[in-house]
Design a binder for this molecule. Structure first.
Ligand code: HGY
Ligand code: MN
Ligand code: MN
Length: 419
C-alpha cells in the first residue's frame, strides 16, 4: 500500500499465526474457545495483547469498565486519533474468530507500521473492548457502551453473573496493573473487522463486506411464577406449572419473530427452572429474550406482541409472568464516507466486496452511536455459523479483509484532512 511514499503491507502469515495462537487461550475440545468476560482466560488473552503492544513501545491504559487502550502516538498529537478495535471475550461455546479477528488485525497493522519504522501522522489507538458478548454479564457490548457514554458505568459495575459475582468484583481481578484512566482523546474515526456470522457473503461467493450499519435489538428478562407441587399426586388439570408457561412463552417468541419476518429475530437463550428437580412441578422459571429487527417501529410491534402473549399465558395457566426490558441497542448506520472508501480500496485491489447490513451487534455500533465516523469490514463465515465452536473462515479472506481494513486505516493515519 503506497501512502505518501510510505510502503506498508500487513503480514498475512503473522496475522493468521496470531489468531491461531490466541485461539489456544481457552481452547475447547471441539475447536472453539471459552473466554468469558473477566474470567482467568479472558485475562490471559488481555495480558497477551498488552504484552505485544508494550513490545512496540505502545502506551497502555484501561478505563473503569476494563476496556484496554494501546496507543502509538502520531507525529502530530493534536490531530484526533484513529481507533481500531474489537473484543477478546467469547461466548461459552464460542469460535476462534468472533472478536479476536478484529483485535488481532489492529495489532497486525501496528506491527506493520512498527516493522516499517513508520510513525503515522495521527495517533493509532488499538482497543480491546471489555465484555462485548454479554454472555456472562448482560448486556452485550458493555465496554463499548460505557466508552461511548451510552451505558451507565455505575449500573454496569453492579451487574452480576448467574453466580452473583458483580462486574466490579470481576474487574478487580485484573492483574494488568494498568491504572484506570478515562480516555478522553478526540477521535477521528473507528474501524473494526469482524466475521459476518451469517450466510450472505458465502451465498454470493464474496470474500468481504463493507458494513453499512447494524440492526436494532431489544433484550428482556422474564420470570414465570407458578406453584411448586409434587409431580406424582398433583392432577394435570389445575397445575400452575411455571415450566410449561416458560416453554409456551419461548414458542411465542419464535412465532413473533416469524410473524415479523423475514428480518425479525427472536431467541430464548437462557431458561433456568426452579427448583430444578425432576419430580417437582417448577414453581418459577427465569428466562432471557433477545429480539432484533432492522426497523425500530417493527421491533416495538414485536415488543407489544410479546407482552400480549405473556398476559395470555399468565391468564390461561393462572401464572404470574413478569417481563423487564433490560437493553435496547438502536438501529445504527455507519459512516457512508468510510463505507465508500472501503469500496474504493476493494476496487483498487480488485477484491470482490459488497455492502452488507449487520445482524449482530458489535462494539462499532456504540462507537458509531456516539457520533464517531465508524465502519466495519466483514469476512465471509463458513456456513454462516458463529457463536459455535465450529466457527470457521478462510485464511485468504481474513488476510484480504485485513489488507482492506489497513488501506482505509492508513489513509486516515497519514492524512491531516478532516473526514
Ligand atoms: O449479540 C450480538 O449480536 C453480539 O455477538 N454480541
Ligand atoms: Mn463479536
Ligand atoms: Mn459474538
Amino acid at each position: 500500500m503506497q501512502m505518501d511514499g510510505h510502503q506498508i503491507q500487513i503480514d498475512g502469515e503473522r496475522l493468521w499465526d496470531s489468531i491461531q495462537a490466541y485461539a489456544q487461550i481457552g481452547a475447547t475440545a471441539k475447536g472453539g474457545v471459552k473466554r468469558l468476560a473477566f474470567s482467568t482466560l479472558d485475562y490471559e488473552a488481555r495480558d497477551q495483547f498488552v504484552d505485544e503492544c508494550v513490545e512496540m513501545q505502545m502506551s497502555i491504559s484501561r478505563d473503569e469498565i476494563g476496556n484496554i487502550f494501546a496507543t502509538m502516538e502520531g507525529s502530530d498529537v493534536e490531530l484526533p486519533a484513529v481507533l481500531v478495535g474489537s473484543h477478546l471475550d467469547s461466548q461459552p461455546t464460542g469460535g476462534k474468530y468472533d472478536g479476536a479477528l478484529g483485535v488481532l488485525a489492529g495489532l497486525e497493522i501496528a506491527k506493520s507500521l512498527y516493522a516499517a519504522g513508520k510513525r503515522p501522522m495521527r495517533t493509532l489507538q488499538l482497543i480491546n473492548f471489555a465484555n462485548e458478548e454479554g454472555a456472562r454479564f448482560a448486556p452485550a457490548m458493555m465496554g463499548s457502551g460505557v466508552f461511548a457514554g451510552k451505558l451507565n458505568l455505575a449500573e454496569m459495575l453492579e451487574k452480576t453473573d448467574l453466580d452473583g459475582v458483580s462486574v466490579q468484583q470481576a474487574i478487580s481481578l485484573d492483574r494488568s496493573g494498568a491504572h484506570p484512566t478515562r480516555e478522553g482523546r478526540p477521535i477521528d474515526s473507528y474501524f473494526e473487522i469482524h466475521i459476518e456470522q451469517g450466510p450472505l457473503l458465502e451465498m454470493e461467493g464474496v470474500p468481504v463486506g463493507a458494513v453499512t450499519g447494524a440492526q436494532a435489538q431489544r433484550w428482556y428478562e422474564a420470570t414465570v411464577i407458578g406453584s411448586e407441587a409434587h409431580a406424582g399426586p398433583t392432577p394435570m388439570i389445575g397445575r400452575q406449572d411455571a415450566g410449561l408457561g416458560a416453554a409456551e412463552l419461548a414458542l411465542a417468541v419464535e412465532q413473533i419473530a416469524l410473524a415479523h419476518g423475514p428480518d425479525g429475530r427472536g431467541t430464548v437463550g437462557v431458561i433456568v427452572p426452579s427448583p430444578m428437580s425432576p419430580n417437582v412441578i417448577p414453581g418459577s422459571v427465569f428466562l432471557t429474550i433477545d429480539t432484533r429487527h432492522p426497523e425500530e417501529d417493527v421491533l416495538l410491534q414485536m415488543k407489544d406482541a410479546l407482552l400480549n402473549a405473556a398476559n395470555q399465558i399468565a391468564e390461561k395457566r393462572r401464572l404470574q409472568v413478569e417481563i423487564t426490558e433490560t437493553w435496547h441497542s438502536p438501529m445504527t448506520p455507519f459512516d457512508e464516507r468510510l463505507v465508500s472508501r472501503l469500496e474504493h480500496f476493494a476496487a483498487e485491489r480488485q477484491l470482490d466486496c459488497r455492502r452488507i447490513w449487520s445482524g449482530a451487534g458489535h462494539d462499532a455500533v456504540y462507537v458509531a452511536a456516539s457520533g464517531v465516523p465508524t465502519v466495519m469490514v466483514f469476512v465471509q463465515t463458513k456456513d454462516g455459523i458463529s457463536h459455535n465452536e465450529s466457527e470457521s473462515i478462510k485464511k485468504e479472506d481474513a488476510v484480504a479483509g485485513c489488507e482492506l481494513l489497513c488501506d482505509a486505516v492508513l489513509e486516515r493515519l497519514f492524512s491531516e484532512v478532516e473526514l
